[in-house]
Design a protein. Structure first.
Length: 115
């Protein structure tokens, strides 16, 4: 929503858990960004065809999940796609840059990957 609101980006996301999905849907509606932001219920791997055209892929997934999708993701993203991970990192790919931030009151890291 921030990228859409501040930079005019068209954003779409996937959430596999029902409660976070509903909360995200409500936040999008209340933000007035529903024409540019879309949240879908389900596994984001169904969006394989959209990944090649994405400028940025943002992931907030556990390390165990990142490990499972790492090869698939880097195979399917475009050559100019940047990948951002909050809190957890990929195993095989080394980040281009790491930034420390606060997330839910804790110090966390944001890792930027460039294919």
């Amino acid at each position: 929503m921030i990228a859409s609101k501040e930079f005019g980006a068209k954003a779409f996301g996937y959430e596999i858990s029902p409660l976070p999905f509903l909360l995200a849907k409500i936040k999008i509606l209340l933000s007035g960004q529903s024409k540019k932001c879309h949240i879908h219920f389900g596994d984001f791997r169904i969006s394989e065809d959209k990944l090649a055209d994405a400028d940025v892929v943002y992931l907030y997934l556990l390390g165990s999940v990142l490990k499972k999708i790492e090869k698939w993701l880097f195979k399917n993203i475009g050559s100019n796609t940047k990948t951002v991970c909050l809190a957890f990192s990929f195993i095989e790919h080394k980040p281009f840059k790491i930034i420390k931030t606060r997330n839910l009151g804790r110090v966390a890291k944001i890792s930027l990957y460039i294919k």
